[in-house]
Design a protein around this ligand. Structure first.
Ligand SMILES: Cc1cc2nc3c(=O)[nH]c(=O)nc-3n(C[C@H](O)[C@H](O)[C@H](O)COP(=O)(O)OP(=O)(O)OC[C@H]3O[C@@H](n4cnc5c(N)ncnc54)[C@H](O)[C@@H]3O)c2cc1C
Length: 340
């Protein structure tokens, strides 16, 4: 059980800046995000695109913004629990007990939900038998590419992720790239490279095919792939990699006793608390009259929710308003020395 003042759900820009605001008022927090990286939509959907409306930054990409937000919270040494999803939220006496799908448990005074449009999850194979091999021989992202060395890997998909991994793994594995269309959606340079590797016999290209069956008990023995013209091929493989993009699931958030308004959580605008005392919602996931789904709004909401959670974490203390320019306490929390 991990004890903390606040649990932040979501490591998008809103959750990250909220960590900063919690840190400067002296609260400890832990952050859980379903994605295997920090940054939410900015890093998952538009890392290279320029953003022009972050206050005082005329232009920065999604990735640059994320990097700067991470740098800003470095002094607080916050723990991030990535690739994990908050599943269960329960009130026990004055605390909230939170469970994740990976079995982690948190005991916290309050929760700040910065869950954006919900948790990003990979679109999966539709063949039912895939479930039992998931996380073992069937993967939707690559964490350790060395497991594929000298193995046969069937890569499904037609976008950049499928093409890039086909190219990369072709150096060390036997690669079968399988796509349901003839055309690929990825960058032209990658498409050209895959075709070149296919001509050289380094990638086996199977287009207009989709997965139709899997054979094997404890391990995958072979898979069936079906062509548009109904022809079925059985091929041997050690691993399946599926790159079909992401879907967004509001998922477990709907089961936590929160009021919902068209997949959003209504909050008050004084401190962004929900209908449940001690649960706050900020960023894209919250709604109130006049809500703007912009990063700058999420920053403001995070600042107020952090202060709203103070009364649950420090029952006998009153929160003092302080400027970061002049407060010695804030400087000490940020690790700023006198001469800095
Ligand atoms: C293409 C594009 C361009 C954009 N351009 C701009 C722009 O120029 N300016 C601007 O201000 N805004 C822009 N936006 C919008 C901006 O990205 C969002 O407003 C912002 O990302 C919202 O931040 P957030 O932290 O609230 O949510 P998100 O960025 O969505 O992050 C939420 C995180 O919570 C995680 N999560 C959700 N549920 C759970 C759970 N149960 N357990 C664990 N983790 C969970 C998700 O995996 C996700 O990582 C753009 C959006 C897109 C798609």
């Amino acid at each position: 059980m991990i004890d903390t003042d606040v649990l932040v759900i979501g490591a998008g820009p809103t959750g990250l800046f909220c960590v900063h605001q919690l840190g400067i008022i002296g609260l400890k927090c832990e952050v859980v995000d379903n994605l295997d990286k920090i940054g939410g939509q900015c890093i998952e959907l538009y890392p290279d695109k320029p953003i022009y409306d972050i206050p005082a930054i005329s232009v920065c990409t999604g990735e640059e913004l994320t990097k700067n937000l991470i740098k800003q919270i470095k002094p607080f040494k916050t723990n991030f629990h990535l690739g994990d999803r908050v599943e269960e939220v329960k009130k026990v006496k004055d605390n909230w007990i939170i469970k994740t799908i990976k079995g982690k448990e948190f005991n916290t005074k309050s929760i700040i939900i910065a869950g954006g449009v919900g948790s990003f999850e990979p679109r999966k194979f539709s063949v039912k038998e895939c479930e039992k091999f998931e996380g073992k021989e069937i993967l939707y992202s690559v964490k350790d590419k060395t497991i594929f060395e000298n193995k046969t890997v069937s890569i499904f998909g037609g976008g950049d992720a499928a093409l890039d991994w086909a190219i990369e793994l072709s150096a060390t594995s036997k690669v079968q790239l399988i796509h349901r269309r003839d055309e690929f959606r990825g960058a032209q340079a990658s498409v050209d490279k895959v075709k070149e590797l296919s001509k050289e016999g380094k990638i086996e290209l199977l287009t207009k095919y989709q997965l139709s069956s899997i054979k094997g008990d404890k391990k995958i023995e072979s898979i069936g792939i079906k062509h548009d013209d109904d022809d079925i091929k059985n091929i041997e493989t050690d691993y399946l990699l599926g790159f079909f993009g992401l879907i967004v699931q509001l998922g477990p958030i709907t089961n936590w006793g929160l009021n919902l308004d068209k997949k959003h959580i209504p909050v008050n605008t004084e401190n962004f608390e929900t209908n449940q005392k001690g649960i706050f919602a900020i960023g894209d996931i919250c709604t109130y009259p006049g809500k703007l789904k912009l990063i700058l709004s999420g920053f403001h909401e995070g600042a107020l929710a952090a202060r709203g959670s103070f009364k649950y974490a420090r029952l006998d203390e009153k929160l003092r308003f302080e400027f970061s320019t002049t407060s010695k306490r804030v400087h000490s929390r940020l690790g700023i020395k006198k001469d800095d």
